[in-house]
Write a protein that binds this ligand. Structure first.
Ligand code: CA
Ligand code: CA
Ligand code: CA
Ligand code: CA
Length: 347
Protein backbone atom coordinates (compact mmCIF):
# COMPACT_ATOMS: atom_id res chain seq x y z
CA UNK A 1 0.00 0.00 0.00
CA UNK A 2 2.78 2.35 1.00
CA UNK A 3 4.68 1.48 -2.21
CA UNK A 4 1.62 2.26 -4.33
CA UNK A 5 1.29 5.67 -2.70
CA UNK A 6 4.98 6.42 -3.33
CA UNK A 7 4.59 5.39 -6.98
CA UNK A 8 1.54 7.60 -7.38
CA UNK A 9 3.39 10.44 -5.75
CA UNK A 10 6.35 10.07 -8.13
CA UNK A 11 3.97 9.85 -11.08
CA UNK A 12 2.21 13.05 -10.03
CA UNK A 13 5.62 14.71 -9.55
CA UNK A 14 6.65 13.60 -13.03
CA UNK A 15 3.40 14.88 -14.49
CA UNK A 16 3.86 18.18 -12.72
CA UNK A 17 7.44 18.49 -13.89
CA UNK A 18 6.37 17.64 -17.44
CA UNK A 19 3.58 20.16 -17.36
CA UNK A 20 5.62 22.93 -15.82
CA UNK A 21 8.94 22.72 -17.57
CA UNK A 22 11.00 25.73 -16.74
CA UNK A 23 14.42 24.74 -18.09
CA UNK A 24 15.85 26.37 -21.22
CA UNK A 25 15.17 24.17 -24.21
CA UNK A 26 17.88 22.73 -26.40
CA UNK A 27 17.14 23.94 -29.90
CA UNK A 28 17.95 21.23 -32.41
CA UNK A 29 18.41 21.92 -36.09
CA UNK A 30 15.45 21.56 -38.39
CA UNK A 31 14.53 18.12 -39.66
CA UNK A 32 13.26 18.15 -43.22
CA UNK A 33 10.89 15.28 -43.94
CA UNK A 34 9.65 14.81 -47.50
CA UNK A 35 5.96 13.89 -47.35
CA UNK A 36 5.24 10.17 -47.75
CA UNK A 37 8.63 9.19 -46.25
CA UNK A 38 8.18 5.46 -45.51
CA UNK A 39 7.12 4.32 -42.05
CA UNK A 40 10.00 3.11 -39.91
CA UNK A 41 12.34 5.85 -41.13
CA UNK A 42 14.63 6.97 -38.26
CA UNK A 43 14.69 10.74 -37.93
CA UNK A 44 17.03 11.21 -34.98
CA UNK A 45 18.45 9.64 -31.83
CA UNK A 46 18.55 11.88 -28.77
CA UNK A 47 20.57 9.54 -26.55
CA UNK A 48 23.67 8.26 -28.27
CA UNK A 49 25.72 7.73 -25.08
CA UNK A 50 26.71 4.21 -24.09
CA UNK A 51 26.70 4.91 -20.33
CA UNK A 52 24.28 3.08 -18.08
CA UNK A 53 22.49 6.27 -17.12
CA UNK A 54 18.75 6.13 -17.19
CA UNK A 55 16.86 8.22 -19.69
CA UNK A 56 13.15 8.67 -20.18
CA UNK A 57 11.98 10.65 -23.18
CA UNK A 58 8.44 11.65 -23.93
CA UNK A 59 6.54 14.07 -26.08
CA UNK A 60 5.51 17.12 -24.18
CA UNK A 61 3.39 20.25 -24.52
CA UNK A 62 2.87 19.69 -28.22
CA UNK A 63 0.08 22.05 -29.06
CA UNK A 64 -0.55 20.21 -32.24
CA UNK A 65 -1.26 16.75 -30.81
CA UNK A 66 -2.23 15.59 -34.26
CA UNK A 67 1.42 15.82 -35.23
CA UNK A 68 2.48 13.23 -32.63
CA UNK A 69 0.51 10.48 -34.33
CA UNK A 70 3.06 10.41 -37.13
CA UNK A 71 6.03 9.66 -34.85
CA UNK A 72 7.07 7.10 -32.30
CA UNK A 73 9.52 7.99 -29.59
CA UNK A 74 11.62 5.35 -27.84
CA UNK A 75 11.56 6.46 -24.23
CA UNK A 76 15.05 5.21 -23.35
CA UNK A 77 17.04 5.83 -26.55
CA UNK A 78 15.13 8.94 -27.68
CA UNK A 79 14.88 7.49 -31.19
CA UNK A 80 12.29 9.25 -33.25
CA UNK A 81 10.74 7.20 -36.06
CA UNK A 82 8.03 7.86 -38.60
CA UNK A 83 5.10 5.50 -38.04
CA UNK A 84 2.35 6.95 -40.24
CA UNK A 85 2.14 8.28 -43.76
CA UNK A 86 2.59 12.04 -43.77
CA UNK A 87 0.54 13.82 -46.42
CA UNK A 88 1.62 17.45 -46.57
CA UNK A 89 -1.59 18.50 -48.30
CA UNK A 90 -3.71 16.98 -45.51
CA UNK A 91 -1.58 18.23 -42.67
CA UNK A 92 -1.11 21.77 -43.90
CA UNK A 93 -4.10 23.28 -45.56
CA UNK A 94 -2.40 26.66 -45.96
CA UNK A 95 -1.04 26.07 -49.37
CA UNK A 96 1.25 29.05 -49.67
CA UNK A 97 3.06 28.80 -46.33
CA UNK A 98 5.67 26.24 -45.41
CA UNK A 99 4.43 23.19 -43.52
CA UNK A 100 6.38 23.65 -40.27
CA UNK A 101 5.98 22.39 -36.71
CA UNK A 102 7.90 22.49 -33.49
CA UNK A 103 8.11 19.07 -31.86
CA UNK A 104 8.92 19.14 -28.13
CA UNK A 105 10.47 16.20 -26.27
CA UNK A 106 11.34 16.15 -22.58
CA UNK A 107 13.86 13.89 -20.87
CA UNK A 108 12.73 13.32 -17.28
CA UNK A 109 15.90 12.22 -15.47
CA UNK A 110 18.08 15.04 -16.76
CA UNK A 111 15.26 17.50 -17.09
CA UNK A 112 16.18 18.36 -20.63
CA UNK A 113 13.70 19.90 -23.04
CA UNK A 114 14.36 19.54 -26.75
CA UNK A 115 12.86 21.75 -29.42
CA UNK A 116 12.88 20.03 -32.78
CA UNK A 117 11.68 22.11 -35.74
CA UNK A 118 10.10 19.90 -38.38
CA UNK A 119 9.55 20.90 -41.97
CA UNK A 120 7.32 18.68 -44.08
CA UNK A 121 8.71 19.04 -47.57
CA UNK A 122 6.38 19.03 -50.55
CA UNK A 123 6.53 16.22 -53.05
CA UNK A 124 4.79 16.74 -56.37
CA UNK A 125 2.10 14.10 -55.88
CA UNK A 126 -1.01 15.89 -57.12
CA UNK A 127 -2.25 16.59 -60.61
CA UNK A 128 -3.78 19.96 -61.42
CA UNK A 129 -7.58 19.96 -61.39
CA UNK A 130 -10.05 22.29 -63.11
CA UNK A 131 -12.64 23.61 -60.64
CA UNK A 132 -15.64 22.30 -62.58
CA UNK A 133 -17.97 19.47 -61.56
CA UNK A 134 -17.58 17.82 -64.94
CA UNK A 135 -14.65 17.37 -67.29
CA UNK A 136 -16.92 18.56 -70.09
CA UNK A 137 -18.12 22.15 -70.03
CA UNK A 138 -20.26 24.20 -72.38
CA UNK A 139 -19.70 27.86 -73.16
CA UNK A 140 -21.96 30.13 -75.17
CA UNK A 141 -21.15 33.00 -77.47
CA UNK A 142 -23.40 35.04 -79.70
CA UNK A 143 -22.75 34.73 -83.43
CA UNK A 144 -22.46 38.49 -83.86
CA UNK A 145 -19.70 38.86 -81.23
CA UNK A 146 -16.94 41.15 -82.47
CA UNK A 147 -13.54 39.47 -82.86
CA UNK A 148 -10.70 40.56 -80.48
CA UNK A 149 -13.23 42.12 -78.09
CA UNK A 150 -15.11 38.98 -77.16
CA UNK A 151 -13.78 36.55 -74.57
CA UNK A 152 -15.00 33.34 -73.01
CA UNK A 153 -13.60 32.97 -69.50
CA UNK A 154 -12.45 29.69 -68.01
CA UNK A 155 -11.45 29.05 -64.39
CA UNK A 156 -7.82 28.19 -63.84
CA UNK A 157 -6.75 24.75 -62.78
CA UNK A 158 -5.67 24.24 -59.18
CA UNK A 159 -2.83 22.07 -57.96
CA UNK A 160 -2.61 21.18 -54.27
CA UNK A 161 1.16 20.91 -54.31
CA UNK A 162 2.98 23.96 -53.01
CA UNK A 163 5.58 23.52 -55.76
CA UNK A 164 2.94 24.02 -58.43
CA UNK A 165 1.57 27.47 -57.85
CA UNK A 166 -0.74 29.00 -60.45
CA UNK A 167 2.10 30.53 -62.44
CA UNK A 168 3.88 27.21 -62.85
CA UNK A 169 0.99 25.46 -64.53
CA UNK A 170 1.19 25.38 -68.32
CA UNK A 171 -1.90 25.44 -70.53
CA UNK A 172 -2.39 24.37 -74.10
CA UNK A 173 -5.34 24.08 -76.46
CA UNK A 174 -5.58 20.71 -78.17
CA UNK A 175 -7.79 18.96 -80.73
CA UNK A 176 -8.24 22.10 -82.82
CA UNK A 177 -7.47 22.99 -86.43
CA UNK A 178 -6.87 26.23 -88.33
CA UNK A 179 -10.56 27.00 -88.51
CA UNK A 180 -10.85 27.20 -84.70
CA UNK A 181 -11.79 30.87 -84.22
CA UNK A 182 -10.43 31.31 -80.67
CA UNK A 183 -7.01 31.83 -79.14
CA UNK A 184 -6.11 30.90 -75.56
CA UNK A 185 -5.02 33.76 -73.32
CA UNK A 186 -3.61 33.07 -69.84
CA UNK A 187 -3.39 35.52 -66.93
CA UNK A 188 -5.84 37.90 -68.55
CA UNK A 189 -6.60 39.88 -65.39
CA UNK A 190 -5.96 40.01 -61.67
CA UNK A 191 -8.14 36.97 -61.11
CA UNK A 192 -5.75 34.99 -63.33
CA UNK A 193 -8.62 33.59 -65.32
CA UNK A 194 -8.03 32.00 -68.66
CA UNK A 195 -9.84 33.26 -71.70
CA UNK A 196 -10.67 32.07 -75.16
CA UNK A 197 -10.41 35.21 -77.27
CA UNK A 198 -12.45 35.31 -80.45
CA UNK A 199 -10.16 36.03 -83.42
CA UNK A 200 -12.49 35.43 -86.36
CA UNK A 201 -16.09 36.41 -87.10
CA UNK A 202 -18.62 33.68 -86.35
CA UNK A 203 -21.45 32.44 -88.53
CA UNK A 204 -23.83 30.08 -86.76
CA UNK A 205 -25.53 29.23 -90.03
CA UNK A 206 -22.20 27.78 -91.22
CA UNK A 207 -20.77 26.26 -88.01
CA UNK A 208 -22.93 26.16 -84.89
CA UNK A 209 -20.44 24.77 -82.37
CA UNK A 210 -16.74 24.17 -81.79
CA UNK A 211 -14.94 21.66 -79.62
CA UNK A 212 -11.52 21.85 -78.05
CA UNK A 213 -9.54 20.32 -75.21
CA UNK A 214 -7.76 22.47 -72.66
CA UNK A 215 -4.67 20.72 -71.36
CA UNK A 216 -2.91 21.74 -68.15
CA UNK A 217 0.38 20.27 -66.98
CA UNK A 218 2.27 20.73 -63.71
CA UNK A 219 6.04 20.86 -63.15
CA UNK A 220 6.23 17.09 -62.74
CA UNK A 221 4.28 16.26 -65.89
CA UNK A 222 0.98 15.46 -64.17
CA UNK A 223 -1.79 16.70 -66.42
CA UNK A 224 -5.52 17.17 -66.64
CA UNK A 225 -7.86 17.89 -69.51
CA UNK A 226 -11.02 19.91 -69.80
CA UNK A 227 -13.23 19.27 -72.81
CA UNK A 228 -14.93 22.44 -73.96
CA UNK A 229 -17.89 22.76 -76.30
CA UNK A 230 -18.55 26.27 -77.51
CA UNK A 231 -22.14 26.77 -78.62
CA UNK A 232 -22.72 29.61 -81.06
CA UNK A 233 -25.97 31.31 -80.08
CA UNK A 234 -28.19 32.41 -82.94
CA UNK A 235 -28.76 36.02 -83.88
CA UNK A 236 -31.60 36.93 -86.25
CA UNK A 237 -29.36 37.84 -89.16
CA UNK A 238 -31.07 35.83 -91.89
CA UNK A 239 -34.20 36.90 -93.79
CA UNK A 240 -36.75 34.40 -95.12
CA UNK A 241 -36.10 33.36 -98.71
CA UNK A 242 -39.04 32.26 -100.91
CA UNK A 243 -38.57 29.16 -103.01
CA UNK A 244 -39.63 31.29 -105.99
CA UNK A 245 -39.64 35.04 -106.69
CA UNK A 246 -42.93 34.71 -108.56
CA UNK A 247 -45.77 32.24 -108.27
CA UNK A 248 -48.02 32.14 -111.35
CA UNK A 249 -51.23 30.19 -111.60
CA UNK A 250 -54.15 30.00 -114.01
CA UNK A 251 -57.59 29.69 -112.50
CA UNK A 252 -60.94 28.98 -114.04
CA UNK A 253 -63.50 31.61 -113.21
CA UNK A 254 -65.83 28.80 -112.11
CA UNK A 255 -63.46 27.64 -109.34
CA UNK A 256 -65.46 27.07 -106.20
CA UNK A 257 -64.86 28.98 -103.00
CA UNK A 258 -62.33 27.52 -100.49
CA UNK A 259 -60.42 25.71 -103.26
CA UNK A 260 -56.66 25.64 -102.64
CA UNK A 261 -55.02 27.64 -105.40
CA UNK A 262 -51.33 27.37 -104.56
CA UNK A 263 -48.83 27.26 -101.74
CA UNK A 264 -46.05 29.79 -101.25
CA UNK A 265 -43.08 28.59 -99.22
CA UNK A 266 -40.07 30.38 -97.73
CA UNK A 267 -37.12 29.20 -95.61
CA UNK A 268 -35.12 31.00 -92.94
CA UNK A 269 -31.67 29.71 -91.98
CA UNK A 270 -31.91 31.01 -88.39
CA UNK A 271 -33.16 28.73 -85.63
CA UNK A 272 -35.94 28.99 -83.06
CA UNK A 273 -38.20 32.01 -83.29
CA UNK A 274 -35.61 33.68 -85.54
CA UNK A 275 -36.47 31.11 -88.20
CA UNK A 276 -40.17 30.56 -87.48
CA UNK A 277 -42.19 32.02 -90.37
CA UNK A 278 -45.70 33.33 -90.87
CA UNK A 279 -47.25 34.41 -94.17
CA UNK A 280 -49.61 37.25 -94.96
CA UNK A 281 -50.52 39.78 -97.63
CA UNK A 282 -48.21 42.78 -97.66
CA UNK A 283 -49.90 45.97 -96.50
CA UNK A 284 -50.16 47.18 -100.10
CA UNK A 285 -51.82 43.92 -101.12
CA UNK A 286 -54.29 43.71 -98.21
CA UNK A 287 -57.18 44.63 -100.55
CA UNK A 288 -56.85 41.19 -102.22
CA UNK A 289 -57.78 39.44 -98.99
CA UNK A 290 -61.43 39.93 -100.03
CA UNK A 291 -60.89 37.54 -102.92
CA UNK A 292 -58.14 35.25 -101.60
CA UNK A 293 -57.14 34.05 -98.15
CA UNK A 294 -53.83 32.68 -96.91
CA UNK A 295 -53.08 30.28 -94.07
CA UNK A 296 -50.44 32.15 -92.07
CA UNK A 297 -48.51 29.01 -91.08
CA UNK A 298 -48.66 26.82 -94.22
CA UNK A 299 -48.66 29.52 -96.93
CA UNK A 300 -51.61 27.82 -98.60
CA UNK A 301 -53.71 30.31 -100.60
CA UNK A 302 -57.46 29.65 -100.98
CA UNK A 303 -60.18 31.23 -103.04
CA UNK A 304 -62.23 33.38 -100.68
CA UNK A 305 -65.01 34.73 -102.98
CA UNK A 306 -66.24 33.83 -106.45
CA UNK A 307 -64.46 34.99 -109.61
CA UNK A 308 -65.80 36.59 -112.73
CA UNK A 309 -63.56 36.81 -115.80
CA UNK A 310 -65.71 39.51 -117.30
CA UNK A 311 -65.10 41.70 -114.25
CA UNK A 312 -61.42 40.97 -113.69
CA UNK A 313 -59.10 38.71 -115.68
CA UNK A 314 -55.98 38.75 -113.49
CA UNK A 315 -54.76 39.40 -109.98
CA UNK A 316 -51.23 40.40 -109.00
CA UNK A 317 -50.35 40.79 -105.32
CA UNK A 318 -47.51 40.33 -102.85
CA UNK A 319 -47.23 37.84 -99.99
CA UNK A 320 -44.67 38.39 -97.27
CA UNK A 321 -42.95 35.85 -95.06
CA UNK A 322 -41.90 37.18 -91.69
CA UNK A 323 -39.82 35.48 -89.00
CA UNK A 324 -40.72 35.64 -85.29
CA UNK A 325 -37.46 37.10 -83.98
CA UNK A 326 -37.42 40.06 -81.59
CA UNK A 327 -36.52 42.28 -84.49
CA UNK A 328 -38.34 40.40 -87.25
CA UNK A 329 -37.01 40.17 -90.78
CA UNK A 330 -39.26 39.66 -93.77
CA UNK A 331 -39.23 39.24 -97.52
CA UNK A 332 -41.94 39.06 -100.19
CA UNK A 333 -42.91 37.19 -103.29
CA UNK A 334 -45.19 38.03 -106.19
CA UNK A 335 -48.35 36.02 -106.86
CA UNK A 336 -49.76 36.28 -110.38
CA UNK A 337 -53.19 34.74 -110.90
CA UNK A 338 -54.70 34.62 -114.39
CA UNK A 339 -58.44 33.97 -114.63
CA UNK A 340 -59.59 31.75 -117.49
CA UNK A 341 -62.79 32.50 -119.24
CA UNK A 342 -65.60 29.95 -119.13
CA UNK A 343 -68.59 29.95 -121.39
CA UNK A 344 -70.91 31.37 -118.77
CA UNK A 345 -72.45 34.31 -120.61
CA UNK A 346 -75.72 33.76 -122.42
CA UNK A 347 -75.57 34.77 -126.07
CA1 CA B 1 1.30 18.83 -58.80
CA1 CA C 1 2.42 17.36 -52.44
CA1 CA D 1 -28.41 33.56 -87.45
CA1 CA E 1 -34.42 35.05 -89.48
Amino acid sequence: MMMMMIHSFIFILILLSVSYISCDPIELSEIIIPEHTPSGHLLLTLNSSSTKQRYSYRFVNNNDRELQQYFSLNSSTGQLHIINDIDREKLCTHRYTKCKFLLKIFELFHETLYHIPILIDDVNDHQPIFPYESKLIQLHISENSPPYQSKLFIQQAYDQDQIDNQKQLQYQLKDIDKTFPFRLETNVDVSNRLALVLIQPLDRERIDSYNCTLHVIDTAGHYEQLHITIIIDDVNDQSPIFESDTYSVELSESTSINTTILQVQAHDADIGLNGELTYDFTDASKQFSNTFSIDKYSGLIYLHSSLDYEQRSSYIFYIQARDSGKEPRSSQTLVNITILDENDCSP
